[in-house]
Design a protein around this ligand. Structure first.
Ligand code: TDX
Length: 412
């Protein structure tokens, strides 16, 4: 055997003189003591090289920098990208109270996954990360996201959601300016936002991509501001941006300050289930895996400069959601035969400025990209309850910080 080089890979080639019938494309110059030429007799050789080339090109195309990848939606996106694509993923997360690396345990050892503990407001750190990993796509999910917390302390929301997005946009612009050719063509900055920027609906109507912004809470105002910044960086500087606005997400790994996980965990502990006001507020619930799938469609095939609404076609009153959770728990983990979980429900002081109804018209993403949710609310909710029942350790870790499931955002 001799050792030969065929350009890309080093192969062990069988010593064999070039034969006249040899396909010139497969003729490889190899030396054996510097005197003889050899042909690669491995017919798979070029095929392997081509496959590797294609895979490398594909991987180059899909190096994704995800901000907030240790959060609820971000971690779902990271898990999907690793499990269902060839992309390399760089997770940039500061690990605030809602960030949890346990949510990424199943991808942590994957060679295509990298974690960078960085604050998105730290321009130099972001610059270092971007220059080191040279992403093709930036998917920006890092945000403070709990309305009740934004009522108690809006400053963090201004800092992370507005200033953080500004810093990221500037670093993306700087990096984009250095790109040429195919890398420049490929680059995308995708801002993941919320339907709360549109304000509150009455009994009828749906939020479309052209609905005027009318944010009501400090949280919603901070997300609306960041949407505007992203749009302006696209319009003024030509940064290739896309924005998505999504309805309420639910599913595994959601921090238990939000309605669904809070109600599940309180019910399991026999604690009161707080329903704000009279429980008539409506939300449009989307299973988080469906959302992550939509994000992947949008960044891969969405129109530059466009916004896409993402929703679950699943409008429910809060009290109905709580009833459904109680019913699933009565079946899977009965409290007692005579005392159903519904007996724990308590109507409590309403949230200040509480938006009455959110509902998304998701026809644009369905029409243009063929996306629609797979999960119904009944199937998704059952999976979610089941997950919380089976993942006590994750829940304990999530509740091991300062948060004690206390009521937030009541005082104004
Ligand atoms: O204990 C509760 N009791 C209750 O009745 C909590 C935590 C909430 N609620 C109500 C308030 C809302 O009407 O349930 C509804 C859902 O509340 P949240 O889970 O806090 O979500 P919401 O305020 O609707 O905002 C969510 O959707 C849009 C997310 O938190 C945002 O991050 C997202 O952008």
């Amino acid at each position: 055997m001799a050792f030969g080089s065929c350009g890309e890979l080093r192969h062990t080639l069988s010593c064999q003189p070039i034969s006249p019938s040899c396909d010139p494309g497969r003729t490889l110059k190899a030396t054996c003591g510097g005197v003889r030429e050899f042909v690669c007799i491995y017919s798979r050789c070029l095929g392997i090289i081509e496959k590797r080339r294609a895979r490398n090109a594909k991987e180059r195309m899909t190096t994704v920098l995800v901000t907030g990848g240790a959060g609820f939606i971000g971690s779902c996106l990271v898990r999907q990208l690793i499990a269902q694509s060839d992309a390399a993923v760089v997770n940039v997360d500061m690990l605030t109270y809602a960030g949890n690396l346990d949510s990424l345990a199943r991808v942590a050892d994957n060679p295509r996954y990298r974690f960078e503990r960085v604050d998105i407001r730290d321009a130099l750190a972001i610059r270092r990360v971007v220059e080191q990993h040279r992403p093709d796509w930036i998917m920006h999910l890092a945000a403070e996201s709990h309305v009740d917390r934004s009522i108690d302390g809006p400053a963090e929301f201004i800092q992370t959601n507005i200033v953080g997005t500004y810093v990221l946009l500037e670093e993306a612009r700087r990096y984009f300016g250095s790109l040429t050719g195919a890398a420049r063509e490929r680059f995308r900055f995708h801002h993941i936002s919320t339907d709360e920027v549109f304000g509150s609906l009455g009994e009828n109507g749906l939020f479309t991509e052209t609905t005027a912004y009318a944010p009501n809470s400090p949280y919603a105002a901070s997300k609306a501001s960041s949407d505007h910044l992203v749009r302006a960086w696209g319009h003024t500087y030509g940064l290739p941006i896309i924005i998505t606005n999504c309805s309420n997400n639910y599913g595994p790994f959601q921090f238990p300050e939000k309605l669904i996980p809070l109600v599940i965990l309180n019910a399991l502990d026999g604690k009161p289930l707080p329903v704000y006001g009279n429980g008539s507020n409506v939300r449009d619930w989307l299973y988080v895996e469906d959302h992550a799938r939509a994000l992947r469609e949008v960044i891969a095939r969405g129109q530059l400069g466009e916004t896409y609404n993402i929703g679950g076609h699943n409008e429910q009153r809060n009290i109905e959601v709580v009833h459904m959770i109680c019913d699933v728990l009565d079946e899977l983990r009965p409290k007692s035969k005579s005392v159903p979980h519904r007996s724990l429900i308590r109507f409590v002081t309403d949230r200040p400025g509480h938006d009455q109804r959110y509902a998304i018209d998701a026809s644009k993403i369905q029409r243009e990209l063929g996306w629609q949710p797979k999960e119904t609310f009944a199937t998704g909710l059952r999976k979610t309850v089941q997950w919380y029942l089976e993942n006590g350790a994750w829940c304990e870790r999530a509740l091991s910080g300062n948060y004690r499931r206390e009521r937030l955002g009541v005082k104004v």
